[in-house]
Design a protein around this ligand. Structure first.
Ligand SMILES: *Cc1c(COP(=O)(O)O)cnc(C)c1O
Length: 425
């Protein structure tokens, strides 16, 4: 415990005071290059919260004891080291379950949302193919949903990829008519990672439940930001990840419903039979504890933080929309509070991104896949031309952004757009 509080003290030091401190002290060697991780004024303002988020200091603090102190393997049942780790994992599992109104046995830890999506989609396909081989999803899903489904198609499954309206919302009538007697799974994300659009979970859930089809949702961007309730929303499987909500990278979970109906996907990783046989591999207590802490923090301040992010988002949009030829992508209100996705007409997207790069870290409406730049499949699904998709920027506002930063970003973006347009004319 003495060591523990020393860790906390070490964290509150500025990098300079750490450097001046007694370097022989063990605690300061835990993170020898911590200084390089601290925000520096010369680095661009981070506005890419949908890609990842910094780990909250409170999360890091909660994780620390489980690296070198309570380092046991939660599966070791014969000694105290194992019991301590097991107790920490149990507590974390309970916290995550209660945040989504699930029970602890329904939480299967994975390495993140990509793995959770793979377990849900391939696992259901493998376990239930005798009941049907048809899977339904949406064009704006993350690749971690679309690619496993494409893989299943290559194995002989049939898939329906539903279009979305121009605002990014799924048309429920289209979903209803896509459901067939041999449909085994519907996968629709809760919140989109590019345009922030929130799909109607409860309506989709009740439709799937009525038709006896499993409903999976990728909630990587939603957990801790908008209310999620697996009971009222009739969710059967749900993918989660910690690093989009100020938790560590490399940890996530799949919620798997146990009752009414019982859902039993086939394991995709076999080994020691951990996680009810659904995901073998030694559990990673520091990451699991950090994940739970991140979820708890997100839930406890969801409303106030949501309001704050939304007002920053609206402030940014108010300023950017003074420019001619700007367009908001995605539904204006049915979206994550910190998300703003904007197209700037008459500018080259790459030039715009390059121009603002020294000041602001954002993503563009394109993705680099195997060194080739492609327009975003999400913006294409909204009906945007390739040119407009390229000239789009995703602003992801997060917990540590300030009003001052938003104003700097708005000024810089406006100035860059204006100068690019001038150079063109
Ligand atoms: C980030 C993200 C993923 C991938 O999550 P990892 O934990 O990084 O594997 C999947 N889906 C959505 C919607 C995401 O935003």
């Amino acid at each position: 415990m003495v060591l523990l509080s020393a860790y906390a003290v070490a964290f509150s030091f500025s990098p300079r005071s750490v450097a001046r401190s007694d370097r022989s002290c063990y605690n300061f060697r835990v993170f020898p290059d911590r200084a390089s991780q601290l925000p520096m004024t010369s680095r661009p303002i981070y506005l890419d919260a949908h890609a990842t988020t910094p780990t909250d200091d409170r999360v890091v603090e909660a994780m620390l004891p489980y690296f070198s102190q309570q380092f046991g393997n939660p599966a070791s049942i014969t000694h105290q080291y194992g019991w301590e780790a097991e107790a920490a994992v149990k507590k974390a599992r309970e916290a995550i379950a209660s945040a989504i109104n699930a029970s602890p046995e329904e939480i299967i830890f994975t390495s993140g949302a990509t793995e959770a999506n793979n377990l849900a989609i391939k696992g259901i396909a493998e376990a239930y193919f005798s009941q049907g081989r048809h899977i339904v999803t949406v064009a704006t899903e993350h690749n971690a949903v679309l690619d496993p489904i494409a893989y299943l198609e290559s194995l002989g499954f049939e898939t329906t990829i539903l279009p979305v309206n121009a605002d990014g919302l799924l048309d429920l009538d289209k979903l209803e008519s896509a459901l067939r007697s041999d449909t085994i799974l519907v996968s629709v994300m809760a919140a989109n990672n590019e345009i922030g659009v929130l799909q109607p979970m409860a309506e989709i859930g009740s439709m799937c439940r009525d038709r006896g089809v499993f409903f999976h949702t990728d909630a990587a961007q939603a957990i801790g930001k908008i209310p999620i309730n697996v009971e009222t929303q009739n969710i059967d499987l749900m993918s989660l990840t910690a690093h989009k909500i100020y938790g560590p990278k490399g940890i996530g979970a799949l919620y798997v419903r146990r009752r009414q109906p019982r859902v039993r996907p086939a394991a995709q990783i076999h080994g020691g039979g951990h996680e009810r046989g659904l995901r073998s591999g030694t559990l990673y207590p520091p990451q699991i504890v950090g994940f739970a802490k991140a979820v708890e923090l997100g839930i406890s301040q969801m409303e106030t933080e949501g309001d704050r992010l939304q007002s920053l988002r609206d402030r940014l949009w108010q300023q950017l929309s003074q420019l001619d030829g700007v367009q908001l992508n995605g539904h204006p209100t049915q979206r994550l509070p910190g998300n703003l996705n904007v197209s700037f007409s008459g500018v080259d997207g790459q030039a715009l991104l390059l121009g603002i790069q020294p000041v602001v870290a954002v993503s563009s409406g394109s993705a680099c896949t195997s060194a080739k730049i492609e327009p975003s499949h999400v913006l294409a699904a909204l009906g945007l031309s390739e040119e407009r998709a390229y000239a789009s920027i995703r602003f992801g506002i997060g917990r540590f952004n300030t009003t001052e930063e938003i104003d700097v970003v708005a000024r810089e973006t406006i100035a860059t757009v204006k100068s690019l347009r001038r150079a063109k004319s």
